[in-house]
Design a protein around this ligand. Structure first.
Ligand code: GLC
Length: 538
């Protein structure tokens, strides 16, 4: 281990002038169908979110990102939007939205919406017009192509959920592109009128006061549909789902995407202090360009590789080293261990590792995005076949691709339906191993109590929210790293194994996951299995 106390001052980064709120805040993702129901239909809503804002303040997060609540036939549970400037009655009204937004702002919480730019619902009036005739003024707002001479689709692309990426339209005798479901026709951002209409939709919400957007599936904004077939993926195995059997060399990350994002950023920047976050799935080489050469694209392009990194100290440390090394000057990292699309971290890493995982998420350099329920240690629910909702699971059952297991209602209390609703919830209630939020709230040793202490420490110490990151070599199965901002220093020690591990660092314990470490400085640390400890080395 290298001691840094003698590091020349010049190599220590000074405290940043004033970081942006989106650099220091913890962002909390709300999946609104499953957060809190206020009107007894078994589905969460905006008034429900408003009623739980105090819990989020107590947790200490600085911003919420709300998955779509716009009018939608809900074929993909809101990611199939039929009106970009409204609220689906299932979730409430625009007035409910305004009230919720004001209530969040009053409490100092920023509100980020989910913008779904690459496809609308097939029920969107734009698409109804577009498919009405070949010469409809909105025909070109979507991506239409003739069949090949043998009647087959224009290319071999497969939709993200496993079906064909082209749907035949009998009325007008052409195929339209759908990167996801047939019910999600791809929007054509190359059409200037469509582009203007979508940018206006962003302005609609910015004018109401939202603090930014998480932009859905942006990598598909400029597909090169005339560029030919996708080649096969040599590394494909069926468990990856059919879409991954091809390399998406023409549909994803095409040059036109960056133009689209630049326009979105211009709109965002015409309002003070807003943030633009991109769902930029891909490799590090794919993701980095989404910052823009002049940092003029996404403030925060997601890099999801931590989600698929094996839960081992060496693999995770390597992930961080590669990520940090690839970030250009001025680029700020994003940190994700869970969302509404992916197996829960407590299931991937193991329930015993949930606190270690949370500590990692909240102590690395970058903006952490915490998925609802992960603060309670939620693991994947098992969904009986007759309760399956996710179209992906329905289309390709049994591969484990379905997302229902991570979308079950928040278990707020031990009461009926977990305090989520007075009615039977749309997905079955699933309790995390440590029980409901109410139960965890009264237990100082619970996951929730730990999450609150950890976020409070992060808010309190610039080393965690802004500092640089330096890995300390401390042997197998442990991750030890220093965070430092000016004179503020912390050392984070994580044991990823189920055996005790000694680490050669000392200091005053500030936070621990299991046994009380007391306040007195210790010369070196013996970590218990699955334990995380944060030390103040000063
Ligand atoms: C994104 C969303 C996912 C949705 C898809 C289609 O990947 O996160 O939930 O199904 O886009 O919009």
């Amino acid at each position: 281990m290298t001691d840094t106390t003698d590091m020349p001052a010049a190599t220590r980064p000074a405290a940043q002038a004033t970081p942006a709120w989106w650099q220091t805040a913890v962002i909390y993702q709300i999946y609104p169908r499953s957060f809190q129901d206020s009107d007894g239909d078994g589905i969460g809503d905006l008034a429900g979110i408003e009623s739980r804002l105090d819990e989020l303040v107590a947790l200490g997060v600085g911003a919420i990102w709300i998955s779509p609540f716009f009018p939608s036939p809900m074929v993909d549970f809101g990611y199939d939007v039929s009106d970009y400037c409204g609220v689906d009655p299932m979730f409430g009204t625009l007035a409910d939205f305004d009230r919720m937004l004001a209530a969040a702002h009053t409490r100092g919480l920023k509100v980020i919406l989910d913008f779904v730019p690459c496809h609308s619902s097939h029920e969107h009036p734009w698409f109804v017009e577009s498919r009405a005739s070949r010469d409809n003024p909105k025909r070109d707002w979507y991506i239409w192509r003739d069949a090949k001479p043998d009647g087959s689709p224009p290319n071999n692309w497969i939709g993200e959920f496993g079906g064909p990426a082209w749907t035949w339209d009998d009325t007008t005798g052409q195929y339209y592109l759908n990167v996801f479901l047939s019910e999600q026709p791809a929007l054509n951002w190359a059409n200037p009128d469509l582009r203007a209409a979508m940018l206006d939709a962003m302005r609609f919400w910015l004018d109401r006061g939202v603090d930014g957007f998480r932009v859905d599936a942006i990598i598909f904004a400029a597909p090169d549909v005339d560029g030919g077939d996708h080649p096969p993926n040599p590394d494909w195995i069926p468990a990856m789902g059919l879409a991954r059997s091809q390399l998406q060399t023409r549909s994803a990350h095409q040059p036109g995407v960056f133009d689209v994002v630049r326009d979105m950023r211009r709109v965002t920047d015409s309002y003070p202090d807003r943030v633009l976050i991109g769902e930029t799935s891909g490799t590090l080489d794919d993701v980095i360009p989404y910052y823009g050469a002049d940092m003029d694209l996404f403030h925060l392009p997601f890099y999801f590789a931590m989600l698929s990194t094996p839960w081992r100290a060496d693999a995770l440390a390597d992930f961080i080293v590669r990520y940090e090394a690839a970030l250009p000057e001025g680029a700020w990292p994003t940190l994700v261990l869970g969302n509404h699309d992916i197996s829960r971290i407590a299931s991937r890493a193991g329930v015993a590792q949930a606190r270690v995982a949370l500590t990692l998420l909240l102590t690395l350099r970058g903006t952490p995005v915490l998925y609802q329920g992960d603060e309670l240690g939620m693991d994947n629910a098992s969904i009986p076949p007759d309760r399956v909702q996710d179209p992906w699971e329905r289309r390709v059952p049994g591969l484990g691709l379905g997302r229902d297991p991570v979308r079950t209602p928040m278990p707020w209390t031990d009461g009926d339906n977990g305090g989520f609703s007075t009615a039977e919830p749309w997905l079955p209630l699933h309790l995390p191993p440590e029980g409901s939020a109410a139960r965890q709230e009264t237990d100082p040793g619970s996951m929730l109590s730990f999450a609150r202490r950890l976020i409070a420490l992060r808010r309190d110490r610039p080393a965690l929210s802004q500092g640089d990151y330096r890995q300390i070599d401390a042997g197998p199965d442990v991750m030890v790293y220093e965070r430092r901002c000016g004179d503020d220093r912390l050392v984070v020690c994580l044991n990823l194994s189920d055996a005790p591990r000694a680490v050669p660092v000392g200091g005053r314990p500030l936070l621990w996951t299991h046994k009380d470490r007391g306040a007195a400085a210790i010369p070196s640390l013996g970590l218990d299995p699955h334990e995380a400890v944060i030390l103040d080395p000063a």
